[in-house]
Design a binder for this molecule. Structure first.
Ligand SMILES: [Zn+2]
Length: 485
């Protein structure tokens, strides 16, 4: 197929990939992209489908909650022309002459990417490209000084993406566009260009490296790259150094899952935030309506971002292992404390603790509120308080394998089944019965990952007595005891 038909002349048996420009006229694509940008004001109005709001919500949350080693998957089904129009419309809405020049160039290249995918789609539908042809692209982190704090980039770990687009032809004449995107740390020109060169893809380095990479989409067959974009990521890691996975040193990030489990684990992770995604979609849809009624773009964006931050707060209280990636090392201990409070049922106290320390949050730097939560509620917008979000998430949460956050818990340092707030069933039972396990004596061998960051606890006489009792019980059981401060 790919080898026999069209590609037979371009591809030798040793090549599994080729530059899209070897098949499709790049100059023509770029001309078309400029034309679309120039004509964008006059384009017909296309109603944004619900699915797109849902995808946006999922992306906003997962981008903040993960820094590398996550695979996001979006599927769009419809008639071939509509699917292309829907994606193109979103890209054209995102293009603005007010953006920093470098960011304008990146968005221009993304429009070119979509035009290239359209050609891939047409080729598959016309039968001259095999159905398992995928288009790959590497999107590396841009230089921070050239794009400023444009939303969507994570400079701390130089987060980048490798993404693929596949086309499934359905029996009813519709197609399904499948877009998969893997995130990696330390996205760099060295690994990207080595990867491309190794696959026989020649690039002209006449621009900033991230722009060169974005301007070089490539094609491969799933038959050759059985794991698709995960195989691309595997190769990028290979060119990043020994013992690297998703751009990180394996030893630094033991939580990264093996390539083989990436799709499954990422789907599980997304499932954990599923209960908030429809809410976010509702809010964005409502805000879009209000924009016709006088709400400015900036106000709408701010209201949306504020809700995203409240959801991230709620997720990090219920699953504090997300806190470090989401809000940075300094803020993480606050969320472990807040999680204990939520486990005790003290929602308001947890809320105010997090609010008081919001200055410690590093990675999410959204500027000040344009409108308060109460005002937004008065306007009838579907926004939620942190307490409402925590309650909702807690109800929906499933148990998973993790480390119980209660430091005295006898399951530590091992893993066990943990539920909301990363608390095991046994400890949650005690919380629910007003028997606070965080007041127990702590054994020597329990790890204290947040130790230095946590404010010292003041222990009342009564608690000390309770601890003594607990200690003597443990001595009877033959355990080693250390006195906790
Ligand atoms: Zn426990």
């Amino acid at each position: 197929m790919l080898r026999e038909g069209l590609i037979a002349e371009q591809v030798t048996e040793q090549r599994a990939m080729l530059a899209a420009s070897e098949l499709f006229d790049r100059e023509q694509i770029e001309d078309q992209a400029w034309q679309l940008i120039q004509d964008r004001e006059g384009r017909p109005f296309v109603e944004v489908p619900r699915q797109e709001y849902v995808d946006n919500g999922r992306t906003a949350l997962m981008e903040a909650l993960t820094e590398a080693g996550h695979l996001s998957r979006v599927e769009i089904t419809g008639n071939p022309e509509e699917v292309h129009q829907q994606i193109m419309d979103r890209l054209l809405s995102g293009w603005s002459a007010l953006l920093p020049e470098h960011e304008q160039k990146r968005r221009f290249l993304e429009i070119c990417e979509e035009l290239t995918i359209k050609k891939q789609q047409d080729g598959i539908l016309a039968g001259w490209l095999p159905e398992d042809t995928e288009l790959g692209l590497i999107s590396d982190c841009p230089p921070e000084e050239l794009v400023g704090n444009s939303i969507g980039y994570r400079f701390l770990n130089r987060k980048g993406m490798a993404r693929s687009s596949a086309i499934r032809v359905n029996h009813d004449g519709t197609i399904t566009r499948i877009i998969e995107q893997v995130s990696r740390s330390n996205s760099s020109a060295i690994s990207t260009f080595s990867f491309l060169a190794d696959n026989g893809i020649v690039v002209e380095r006449n621009e900033q490296p991230d722009l060169v990479a974005l301007g070089t989409p490539f094609l491969y067959r799933r038959n050759d790259l059985v794991d698709g974009i995960v195989d691309v990521q595997r190769q990028l890691d290979h060119w990043s150094g020994v013992g690297v996975i998703y751009g990180d040193k394996k030893t630094d990030k033991p939580q990264h899952v093996a390539y083989e489990r990436l799709r499954e684990e990422s789907a599980r992770r997304e499932d954990e935030t599923e209960c908030y995604i429809n809410d976010l979609a509702d809010l964005e849809q409502e805000l879009a309506k209000r924009k016709d009624q006088g709400l400015t773009q900036a106000e709408a964006l701010q209201i949306y971002k504020d809700e995203v931050v409240r959801i991230l707060d709620a997720v990090c209280m219920l699953q504090p292992d997300y806190a470090e990636v989401t809000f940075g090392k300094t803020a993480a201990p606050i969320f472990y404390l807040a999680a204990e409070m939520v486990a005790r049922g003290e929602f308001a106290a947890a809320d105010s603790l997090v609010q008081q320390h919001s200055n410690l949050k590093q990675t999410i730097t959204f500027c000040g509120m344009s409108i308060s939560l109460d005002q937004a509620k008065e306007l009838g917008l579907p926004v939620n308080s942190l307490g409402e979000l925590v309650t909702k998430g807690k109800e929906k949460m499933k148990f998973k394998t993790g480390v119980c956050i209660v430091k005295s818990c006898d399951t530590r340092p091992g893993k066990t089944e943990v539920g909301p707030c990363s608390v095991c069933k046994k400890c949650q039972f005690r919380f629910d019965h007003n028997d606070d396990p965080t007041k127990d004596f702590i054994l020597f061998d329990k790890p204290e990952p947040q130790e230095s960051e946590e404010p010292a606890k003041v222990i009342s006489l009564q608690e000390k007595r309770a601890q003594k009792e607990a200690a003597s019980e443990l001595v009877e059981q033959g355990s080693t005891i250390a006195v906790a401060a």
